[in-house]
Design a binder for this molecule. Structure first.
Ligand SMILES: [Zn+2]
Ligand SMILES: [Zn+2]
Length: 163
């Protein structure tokens, strides 16, 4: 599974102006806050030879399941991101290296995809969210019923403003 993101680069490393296009799919399972990406991640790109290794330029996309942090509406959204990563003939401090004349683009693509997941998504900029007292979705249903409840925090605020 995902072997198509493991790319043979033995003939590219150290050879400038050589390149190899690639594309592949890998299943991922990511979570950032309440946002999740679970399923296939598509990666396309090109690997080019450098003096001491290869550089992978790639584009990654996947479907994310997002939940509005204000009104809890859920929806699916296509995430897309781009990245590049150098893989050295010998491991460098990043830890990305050519191993057995191959590189695995899946790891860095997954990292890049994870960075593109919104941590606090909102369904729309002006989402009014839910009433903190009764849970009514204030986008579709205005709620103005709690001001008279002496137990509610709004009643306390109202008293403050009234005095
Ligand atoms: Zn919302
Ligand atoms: Zn309410």
């Amino acid at each position: 599974m995902g072997a198509d993101l493991v790319i043979s680069v033995g003939d590219l490393a150290g050879h400038l102006e050589t390149e190899r296009k690639f594309s592949g799919i890998r299943d991922v399972s990511l979570r950032v806050g309440d946002s999740t990406v679970k399923g296939p991640m598509a990666v396309t790109g090109v690997v080019v030879g450098t003096v001491d290794g290869v550089q992978a330029n790639f584009r990654v996309s996947a479907n994310a399941r997002l939940t509005c942090v204000r009104c809890l509406t859920e929806w699916e959204e296509q995430l897309e991101s781009e990245g590049l990563q150098h893989f050295s003939v010998t491991p460098d401090e990043d830890g990305y290296a050519i191993v057995d004349k191959e590189i695995d683009v899946g790891g860095i693509a997954t990292d890049e995809l994870a960075l593109s997941i919104p941590a606090t998504p909102v369904c729309r900029e002006d989402c009014k969210g839910l009433c903190p007292i009764c849970g009514t979705d204030l986008n579709s249903d205005p709620c103005d019923g709690h001001g008279e409840d002496p137990g509610s925090p709004f009643a306390v605020l109202k008293d403050l403003f009234d005095s």
